[in-house]
Design a protein around this ligand. Sequence first.
Ligand code: NI
Length: 180
Amino acid sequence: MAVRKIIRMGHPALRRVARAVPAEDIGSAALHRLVADMIDTLHDYGGIGLAAPQINESFRLAIVEIRGGSSRYGELAPMPLTVCVNPTIDVCGAECAGYWEGCLSVPGLRGFVQRPQHIRVAFTDLRGERRSIVAKGFLATVFQHEFDHLDGKLYVDRIADPRQLAFEEEYVRYLLPSDG
Ligand code: NI
């Protein structure tokens, strides 16, 4: 297993639509190695989600893991490590809310993005079984952010007001909501 290099905004691979993981590859040693590398990389860089294109692997594959407690995104409910192969999203409710998102491929910056806050996520797990979970609030934002990477999109594309893009240090100093 290995920590891989995360490619950054400007690398053309972040702008490509990733290809579906073929069903016959889901149990393969190669896919399990790739997922293990993604987990090592996520832990090393200290994020809460990582999509395969961020390590220059063009597959529809993303992982999310929220350890819970306090983080650079405030107090968070935990989400155990979830490996999503070929995920899809259905929006269950039109209500949107915004968060100051960050991205390991856009280091040092935060941007305010509004997204639907009640979604259903469907994906294939590493045993090849199709699963479905409902995500609300910040977790809904996290899944949408990660799955955007599979379509060559970055959160900066979704910032409605470019004034709501800031360096992390200035975000903490001037923009961090004081109520939590
Ligand atoms: Ni990202």
